[in-house]
Structures are given as C-alpha cells and as structure tokens.
Design a protein around this ligand. Structure first.
Ligand code: DC
Length: 218
C-alpha cells in the first residue's frame, strides 16, 4: 500500500510524512533525498558529462533507511545523510532532476523499495507519474514566505541567509513546475492540504483522519 504526498519545496511534506509514518508504524520514503543523492554523486565526481554519469548510476551502491525521524542515505559505504542537505546540492538538484534518465533511475529505485510493504512517500510527481495508482494522494502547499522560513530554520549551514533560501525555493519551484519530464503537478484525485497558518499538529491530525477514513489502517 502506498500513500503519496506531493507539493513544492518547504510545504511541510517531509516532516508531515515522517510523523505520519511513525504514528501509523509504516515506512517513509523521501524521493527528494534520492535526487539529492544523485546530485551529490555528480558534484563529487567533478560534474562529469551527464549521459555517461546517468548510465552508470546503477553501479552505485545506495542504501536508504528511515529511523529516528531521519531518512538516512548511504552511497558506496559513505553516510551522506547530512551532505545531501547542503546548499550546493540544493542549488544543483532541480537541474539534475530535470533529466529523464535521472527520473527513470529514481523511479525504479522507489518502485522496487515499496513493493509489498506499506509506505508513505513524498515528492513532486509521485501521484502523477511514479505511483499513479497510489491508494491515497495528498497535495500540500503553503505561501513562499512560510516555506522559506521553515527551510531556513531546519538548515545547518551558517553561510546561508533567509533571503538565499527564499531565492533558491523560488527558482526550484519554477524549474520543478516547468520542466518537461514529470513536472510538479497536483494529481486530479489528490486531497489538497494548504498548511499556511496551520500548526504542525493540526495538519498531521487532519491528514491522519483522512487516512483513517479512506484506508482504515489503524
Ligand atoms: O523535496 P526536496 O526539496 O528534498 O527535493 C529536492 C529536489 O528534487 C527538488 O527541487 C526537485 C526534485 N524532486 C523531483 O524532481 N521529484 C520528486 N519526486 C522529488 C524531488
């Protein structure tokens, strides 16, 4: 069974999905972390020519594990959980994620992972492109100011200002919404949750009650 949450960066998808996963005792999958992982690997390799880099992606040994509210990522034996949250990765990830080859790799990885278990996953195109038959689809949104503030508060990068974060979010939104390959888009059958002005507990409670009603997981 798969529940998906799509929406722009900073709309609260990931923290909400983690909380719901903990409360319902199901798996959590952070698709953005997978795009960040690829971006990290590309930067680490010295920005090689993309076609060859994408072709060789299956050769990397990637492991993901959700525990203690953190989506841990390991690449080729190295724990890169913190590295993938850095500004340099954030500044390059939309460009990397715009390539169909990158999307095909991430989508295959996710579909294999969720096979036969119950997950809540967050991303941009999960309800439209990756899991069009998802059991339940949410689309979360919030104002740009609120999203930038949230992202800034959770960042661990002393060189970055709130203005930098807002600028980065605006540019990523624009790229995510307008790219040709599986853009950020609300699925027709998604339940829309606008989190502007809502507390975290309120939005989690609202979504859990929808999940309870539709899927009877508890
Ligand atoms: O959720 P996030 O900010 O960690 O995602 C990082 C980037 O990955 C985001 O700018 C766009 C891309 N992404 C995507 O293209 N499709 C997804 N399903 C998830 C993320």
């Amino acid at each position: 069974m798969i529940i998906v949450i799509d929406g722009p960066a900073g709309s609260g998808k990931s923290s909400t999905a983690r909380e719901i996963a903990d409360r319902l005792n199901i798996g959590f999958l952070d698709s953005g972390a997978l795009y960040r992982t690829i971006t990290f690997l590309w930067l680490k390799a010295g920005k090689p020519e993309k076609a060859g880099f994408f072709e060789n992606l299956p050769e990397h040994d990637l492991k993901v594990e959700y525990r203690d509210q953190i989506f841990h990522v390991q690449a080729n034996g190295e724990d890169i959980t913190k590295e993938i949250r850095k500004h340099e990765v954030a500044s390059n990830v939309s460009e990397i994620a715009s390539h169909p080859e990158a999307r095909a790799f991430v989508n295959g990885f996710m579909r294999r992972l969720v096979d036969n278990s119950t997950y809540i996953a967050d991303g941009r195109d999960l309800g439209t492109a990756v899991f069009p038959d998802a059991d339940l689809k949410f689309y979360m949104d919030a104002s740009i100011k609120e999203r930038a503030k949230r992202r800034f508060d959770e960042m661990d990068d002393p060189d970055v200002t709130l203005q930098d974060v807002e600028k980065n979010l605006k540019s990523r939104d624009q790229k995510d919404r307008n790219r040709k390959a599986d853009p950020l888009k609300q699925a027709d059958d998604a339940v829309v949750i606008d989190t502007t002005g809502k507390t975290f507990d309120e939005q989690v409670a609202e979504m859990i009650s929808i999940i309870d009603e539709k899927l009877k997981l508890n």
